[in-house]
Design a protein around this ligand. Sequence first.
Ligand code: DQA
Length: 147
Amino acid sequence: MPGFLILNGPNLNLLGTRQPEVYGRTTLADVEGMCRAHGEKIGVGVEFEQSNHEGALIDAIHGTRGRLDGLILNAGAYTHTSLALMDAISSAEIPAIELHLSNVHAREEFRHKSYIARVAVGVICGFGARGYTLAMDAMLSHLETRK
Ligand code: DQA
């Protein structure tokens, strides 16, 4: 059974209460529940983590190396700033999908730049919490077509 790490970056622990007009009212615990249920349905093992700290996110990405099959990363604002997260994905040699709840391209200019996208298989954004299960399906189909 393939295993995915679904990794969430800074401020996403406040999901549901943080700017609900932008990010919705679904909490991160709800999202985790949705991902775990979806994993059971499609036959994927799910590890789910969140950190507000760049180094902890890097450690989590390194921890996937040779152990898990796919990374789904909502890096929050680090998406737009972190060369170190980009390098961590390349170093771990794991297929990654960049994920955002909001459509970052319809928002401020500074959210249009992504370091993660350069090393990602693809990007999903703008579908709210549903994006997480869409990303799981996309990753599974990517792994299947790559075989
Ligand atoms: C976000 C978009 C980022 O620009 C922002 O900094 C976040 C959340 C999203 O899920 O829409 O923290 O990654």
